[in-house]
Design a protein around this ligand. Structure first.
Ligand code: MZP
Length: 498
């Protein structure tokens, strides 16, 4: 056997050391843009993310609702592949067909109709947002907007009139009164913004978010754009049924595929990548691997990005069951070195995805500093309204269900396939709950602001700069204790004598 001399380490064992922060290094100047797929030196990647986040290829995490919500915030979801081919393709189709713009309500929908009527129309049209105008056409004056992302409000308020949820319009920041929807749209395009600030009747600032990337919908002549864009979405595949699954997903419009496997260093992955590259013009990521050899094998097989991580996922018991895996930090450090060397030698940059084991927000910054271009998370996203699982009350706390792809519940034997008989002989994942945390957007804003602030401490305005300049230290077991509040009595602990 070969013995590694360094122990296998995880994120909590490291800390970042601040660099000089120059005066222009403020969170507002930090860009979190990052490549998703490989590119040649001097060229741009075919797909980039605006935030370095992807949601895990898991039943309990990435369906079409999650994909739309995350794409709206600048990241990407990989729709879970452990479902029948047609059902996965249908989810992809829903994301691609999702109109992030608005449909003008027809004369049969007025502010007096209920939210249930709106949801019904939204479901039928696939539109995220409804604009209500005084004559029901795009030429009419805007009366209000019903936003599609207000799931929490909508479920509890189905019988309330739309007017309660409409954003009041009296004037626009641009000083225009009572503009039409078309005019609002023109402003958005003219100014290359995706958020049009408006002032409500009560003079409070309201933000009406219009994405630039919405698609014209032929069945709805009132819709405003003729641009043929839609949200970017990824989809998981396996090394068994790829010859049937890939054509269906590509046909549905998937922008990028990923081979979802607990161990990606295999000839089955090579065959799958080569089949996809030979037959389709679609990007494909592969994994998971944890070392230089596995990484280079997948890169030479043609992977557009490589996913790193075995055994570190929150629901994963692979290490206990089989004794394989590696601490996420050690894996990343070794793979990054191989990636950088490969780039120097070939001029081809291969993005690395750090998959699993993000426990604290700062772990994301560490992963990026260690060379990851983006992270993939399951537990993090499972906690939000947008994840596909049930929200329950357990011991007086709200939780959401979250189960591993290696649990009996997921029945995803293809992920753990070793070329033998189909079916799971033993579990590699658990079925669990995670604390409910509210909406994706709110949480993402908080997390990204922490990352940006840390990057400023490190003197970096981009992820590439952080990867180059970060200084990272191992922490001792003793200094770990001092990492949190210590030697004080916390007020919320409820100790008497406070
Ligand atoms: P986490 O973000 O919840 O810590 O980890 C999510 C990652 O765990 C997934 O992206 C996937 O790579 C991995 N995973 C999913 N199911 C299992 C399992 O059942 C698993 N063992 O390890």
């Amino acid at each position: 056997a070969k013995y590694y001399t360094e122990p296998s380490r995880t994120f909590t064992e490291y800390l970042l050391i601040p660099n000089l922060s120059t005066k222009d290094c403020t969170p507002a100047n930090v860009s979190l843009q990052t490549p998703l797929v490989k590119f040649k030196k001097g060229e741009k990647p075919a797909i980039s993310l605006n935030i370095p986040f992807s949601s895990a290829v898991m039943q309990a995490v990435s369906d079409h609702h999650m994909a739309v919500a995350l794409a709206r915030s600048g990241g990407i979801s990989f729709i879970f592949g452990s479902q029948p081919i047609e059902e996965e393709a249908e989810m992809v189709r829903k994301v691609k067909g999702y109109k992030a713009g608005f449909v003008v309500s027809r004369s049969n929908l007025t502010p007096e109709h209920t939210l249930a009527d709106v949801l019904d129309l939204k479901e039928k049209t696939g539109h995220s947002t409804l604009a209500v105008t005084d004559d029901g056409t795009a030429k009419g004056k805007l009366l209000g907007i019903v936003k599609g992302s207000d799931y929490r409000i909508s479920r509890d308020s189905l019988d309330k009139p739309i007017s309660q949820f409409m954003t009041p319009y009296s004037s626009l920041i641009y000083g225009r009164l009572g503009i039409t929807l078309s005019e609002a749209n023109d402003l958005i395009w003219e100014h290359k913004i995706n958020c049009l600030p408006i002032v409500g009747d009560d003079q409070r600032l309201e933000y009406l978010v219009f994405r630039k990337d919405y698609e014209a919908h032929k069945d709805h002549p009132n819709e405003l754009l003729d641009a043929n864009k839609s949200y970017i979405v990824g989809a998981g595949i396996n090394t068994r049924d790829y010859k049937e699954r890939v054509p269906a997903l590509v046909d549905a419009g998937a922008d990028v595929l990923v081979i979802d496997s607990s161990d990606g260093y295999s000839e089955w992955q090579r065959d799958t990548i080569q089949y996809v590259k030979a037959n389709f013009d679609v990007k494909i990521g592969a994994g998971n691997v944890v070392d230089r050899e596995g990484f280079l094998y997948l890169v030479e097989s043609g992977a557009d990005f490589v996913k790193i991580g075995i055994g570190g996922g929150s629901i994963c018991i692979t290490r206990e069951q089989k004794g394989i895996g590696r601490g996420q930090a050690s894996s990343l450090i070794e793979v990054t070195e191989a990636r950088n060397q490969y780039y120097e030698e070939t001029g081809i940059y291969i993005p690395i995805c750090s998959d699993g084991g993000i426990v604290h927000d700062y772990h994301i910054t560490l992963a990026l500093a260690m060379g990851a271009d983006f992270v993939m998370m399951g537990r993090y996203f499972a906690r939000f309204d947008e994840s596909p699982t049930r929200k329950l009350k357990v011991n007086n706390n709200f939780v959401k269900e979250f189960w591993g792809e290696g649990s009996n519940r997921a029945r995803n034997w293809e992920r753990y396939d070793s070329g033998g008989k189909s079916g799971l002989m033993f579990e590699e994942g658990v079925d669990s709950y995670v604390p409910y945390a509210g909406s994706l957007q709110e949480n993402l804003e908080k997390t990204t602001s922490k990352i940006k602030s840390t990057m400023c401490n490190c003197g970096s305005k981009s992820i590439a700069e952080l990867q180059r300049e970060a200084r990272i230290t191992i922490v001792s077991a003793t200094s770990l204790v001092e990492g949190g509040a210590h030697d004080v009595i916390l007020k919320e602990s409820g100790l008497s004598g406070e």
